[in-house]
Design a protein around this ligand. Structure first.
Ligand code: DQA
Length: 154
C-alpha cells in the first residue's frame, strides 16, 4: 500500500510555531514519526509539505495511479479551500483529514472544514498520533473494502 501524506501551510514551522498549541517537536520530527509508523505497518509513504494552495492541488492530482490513499493536514486551507476539496473529489482516492490541534475547540472560523467533505474520517486534537490513526485507518479500509469504490489506476 502506498500512502501520500500532505501537510499544508506553516506546518514546516512546527516546534517554533505556537508551541503551546502545536507542541515543541519540529516538522522533521513529524516526518520521522510518520515514516516510522508507515514502516511498522509495511506501508510505503511519501510526505509532501507546501505553503501554496496550488502546489497542494497539483500534488493531490499527481497521486492518481501512484498512491492508494491520502492523509492530509491542509492546515489553514482546511477552512477556506474549495480547490483542495475539489482536487480530493476529482482523484477520488480514500483520504483522511488530520489536525494536530482540535480546530473545533478554537476560534469560530476554524469550525468549518471544506476538506472533510471529501474525507472518510478526521482525526483532530491527537498531535502526531493523529497521523498514525489516519494511516492505520487507510490500511484497514484497504483490507476491508479492497478499495473497490475508489479510482485506482494500478
Ligand atoms: C491545523 C489547524 C488549523 O486550523 C491551522 O490553521 C493549522 C494547523 C492543525 O494541525 O491543528 O495551521 O491544521
Amino acid at each position: 500500500m502506498r500512502i501520500l501524506i500532505i501537510n499544508g501551510p506553516n506546518l514546516n514551522l512546527l516546534g517554533l510555531r505556537e508551541p503551546e498549541i502545536y507542541g515543541r517537536e519540529s516538522y522533521a520530527d513529524l516526518c520521522a514519526y510518520c515514516e516510522s509508523v508507515c514502516a511498522d505497518l509495511g506501508v510505503q509513504c511519501q510526505i509532501f509539505q507546501s505553503n501554496h494552495e496550488g502546489a497542494i492541488v497539483d500534488c493531490i492530482q499527481s497521486a492518481l495511479g501512484e498512491f492508494d490513499g491520502i492523509v492530509i493536514n491542509p492546515a489553514a486551507y482546511t477552512h477556506t479551500s474549495v480547490a483542495i476539496l475539489d482536487a480530493l473529489k476529482a482523484v477520488n482516492l480514500p483520504a483522511v483529514e488530520v489536525h494536530l490541534s482540535d480546530p473545533g475547540k478554537r476560534e469560530e472560523f476554524r469550525r468549518v472544514s471544506y476538506v472533510s467533505r471529501a474525507c472518510e474520517e478526521t482525526f483532530k486534537g491527537y498531535g502526531f498520533e493523529g497521523y498514525k490513526m489516519a494511516v492505520e485507518f487507510l490500511a484497514l479500509v484497504e483490507e476491508v473494502t479492497g478499495m473497490q469504490k475508489y479510482n485506482r489506476l494500478t
